[in-house]
Design a protein around this ligand. Structure first.
Ligand code: NAD
Length: 252
């Protein structure tokens, strides 16, 4: 029996990070050829490509710049030719207080939205045009529980940028499904990666897991397994869904 993602070229942004690397490994295990995007960690991206047997590509881009996402899409198409899927995974979580100066406050909101939302919107735009011309494709965006239930005082830009990502997913699902382009958002609570470690270092583990009924953060592989499942061609009807991966800490 052939693997569920056999021959599919799938761009994963922020692929050298905790969740991104797990997604790449899982996609490769299911037969996909990952397009590994990285911002700064070239060595990490090369090691990841080696771990999946060299069956994929590496593309660099700084998503904090206006042209970065467009350059990334061009690089992905130049490498793979036909691209079948896009995983908007790259993201940052900045802490900024309402007591901050207006300059620092503006800079934090702008950077958060550029990387977490505008880059994903730009990549989705390019992907939709490509998918429409080549028989379809799927966009999976890693949002967050923070975008569903509102977020902490010290990181409001993060929650707002993730809420925007969920809304973008719904618009794509409603607008382009008829042309074979489908979109799904995944909304994890805390996942054990550097992003979570930074939070734990500042606030302690108890603060992270206190409101999670199962008492634990998700593992990157749990999220990766779900991403691979969502990308299966057989899962077209998930179009527009937001899938919660939060241990029961936000039930709607
Ligand atoms: P991570 O910090 O390990 O990885 C983030 C990735 O984004 C890295 O590969 C990094 O290089 C990339 N990135 C950041 N800024 C970039 C830039 N300017 N240009 C290019 N790439 C850039 O974090 P993670 O936990 O693996 O997060 C992956 C995604 O999952 C993020 O969107 C995050 O918001 C989301 N998420 C994480 C958690 C969690 O608890 N870890 C929970 C919910 C959602």
């Amino acid at each position: 029996m052939s693997k569920s993602l056999e021959g599919h070229a799938i761009l994963v942004t922020g692929a050298s990070g905790g969740i991104g690397a797990a997604i790449v490994e899982r996609l490769a295990a299911e037969g996909a050829r990952p397009i590994i995007h990285y911002g700064r960690d070239r060595e990490g991206a090369e090691a990841l490509l080696a771990r999946v047997g060299g069956h994929g590509w590496i593309v660099q881009a700084d998503l904090s710049t206006e042209q970065g996402p467009f350059g990334l899409w061009r690089g992905a198409v130049a490498a793979a030719g036909r691209v079948h899927g896009l995983v908007n995974n790259a993201g940052i979580r900045t802490e900024i207080s309402v007591e901050a100066s207006p300059e620092d406050w503006k800079a934090a909101w702008q950077k958060e939205f550029q990387i977490n939302f505008f880059a994903a919107a730009d990549l989705s735009k390019e992907a939709i045009v490509h998918f429409k011309a080549h028989g379809g494709g799927r966009i999976v965006s890693i949002a967050s529980r923070a975008g569903q239930r509102g977020y902490a005082a010290e990181a409001m830009p993060y929650g707002a940028s993730k809420a925007a990502l969920i809304n973008l997913t719904k618009s794509i699902a409603r607008s382009f499904g008829a042309e074979g382009v489908t979109a799904v958002a995944i909304a994890p609570g805390w996942v054990r990666t550097d992003m979570a470690e930074d939070f734990i270092a500042a606030h302690g583990k108890a603060a992270a897991v206190a409101d999670i009924p199962i008492g634990e953060m998700a593992s990157p592989s749990e999220v990766a397994e779900l991403v691979a499942f969502v990308l299966r061609p057989s899962q077209a009807s998930l179009n527009g869904a937001t899938l919660d991966v939060n241990g029961g800490s936000y039930i709607r």
